[in-house]
Design a protein around this ligand. Structure first.
Ligand code: FEO
Length: 380
């Protein structure tokens, strides 16, 4: 596939994968992107997951049309991209491997070699000339691993952005970008907001017309939209004025409370997303919790703790620097309700959370609970 006259797409789609990174559901598969820049010199941008080595090498050979690559630029060493470096190095023995110092440390760890006889170590500001174009390197540590480096192609004004601006889903499946990119962003780099902010600052002086990420589609139109979303997500500002209700329910009573609250909010014209954390995709719930202005947590007291799915969910939020929200806690407990206190303790590391009054249900929702839920809906 041609991205521009001199930039070709040579990546692959993975429809056999069930869980990306062994935890994120990817019902529409995953794309491992790789690119070829053809000039007087030829550079390959990243490899693919090792299960797709043969398909990728075939794509590369077709795009090369009889020429041979001079460089393999390694932006990121996670195995979904680095899994075919060995096969490439074996097939193209004269190609120079280009990456950050840390990338070569990781190559030694993963493959037992750091290609010391045929490598080029680059850092921020370094330039690789391919003939009529320069590739300008921009180090972007922790977006998504510490070795990550992006590069900007001066001729096509293309940013090779590593994991940034990627999404879940194979490229042969058409779906809206924002939702799956948000779920991917929050799940994968949600913790690293300040590093993403530093990346946005580092790329802002380049005139970018194409973004070539390592997952998801190549972005060419309305780039300001994607950059604005990345700015918002990485600064932990709500994306919408909606309400995310995240709950667990053992016998349905807590669910009944959530339904009453959601019905009241819907009737008031509010945007509401409701997630049963035991059954719905937890990372979609995570994305919506980051997106929303207000989040309601509802769960059961369980072994003097909280229901395990809620515990896991809050751990995911805290790990990812969840912050800047209005919060409501609904607890259920038949003889010693403690869930609200436990949730509050678990959320303590998060900054700028504004807690509303808790609601306590003792088994089934009472008339008093109904009034509390209607009052909470009004506050929300
Ligand atoms: Fe797509 Fe961080 O690897």
């Amino acid at each position: 596939m041609e991205i521009s006259k001199n930039i070709k797409y040579i990546g692959v789609n993975d429809h056999s994968i069930d869980l990306f990174e062994s935890q994120f559901k990817v019902p529409n598969g995953m794309a491992y992107n790789s690119y070829l820049v053809i000039d007087e010199k030829i550079a390959v941008m990243d490899t693919v997951e090792k299960g797709f080595t043969e398909e990728w090498l075939n794509n590369l050979e077709t795009a090369l049309d009889g020429r041979v690559p001079d460089y393999l630029i390694v932006h990121h060493m996670e195995p979904d991209h680095a899994g075919s470096i060995g096969a490439f190095a074996e097939k193209y023995k004269d190609a120079v491997i280009v990456g950050s110092q840390m990338a070569f440390v990781m190559m030694k760890n993963f493959f037992g070699t750091d290609f010391s006889e045929r490598r080029l170590v680059v850092s921020s500001g370094d330039v690789l000339n391919l003939g009529s174009r320069d590739e300008v390197f921009i180090a972007t540590p922790m977006v998504h691993w510490p070795e990550v480096i992006m590069n900007y192609d001066t001729k096509d004004k293309a940013l090779f952005s590593a994991d940034a601006f990627g999404k879940f889903g194979a490229n042969d499946v058409s779906e809206p970008w924002d939702d799956e990119a948000r779920r991917y962003f929050v799940g994968i780099v949600g913790k690293y907001g300040s590093q993403v902010q530093a990346t946005l600052d580092a790329i802002k002086d380049h005139s970018i017309e194409i973004i070539c990420p390592l997952h998801g589609p190549v972005l060419k139109d309305d780039l300001a939209h994607y950059v604005a979303l990345y700015d918002r997500w990485s600064s932990y500002e709500p994306e919408c004025d909606g309400i995310a209700i995240c709950y667990t329910s053992v016998y349905g009573h807590t669910r009944e409370a959530v339904k009453l609250l959601a019905d009241e909010l819907h009737a008031a014209g509010k945007k509401v997303c409701v997630f049963d954390l035991a059954r719905d995709d937890m990372f979609e719930a995570l994305g919506e919790a980051f997106c929303a202005e207000k989040v309601v947590f509802a769960t059961t007291t369980y072994n003097m703790e909280i229901f395990p799915f809620m515990h896991t969910f809050i751990n995911h939020l805290v790990e990812r620097a969840f912050q800047k929200k209005k919060i409501a806690l609904i607890e259920n407990g038949s003889w010693a309700p403690r869930a609200a206190a436990v949730m509050r303790e678990l959320l303590a590391p998060c900054s700028e959370l504004d807690f509303l009054d808790d609601i306590t249900i003792r088994s089934a929702i009472s008339d008093a609970n109904k009034e509390q839920l209607i009052a909470l809906a009004k506050v929300l």
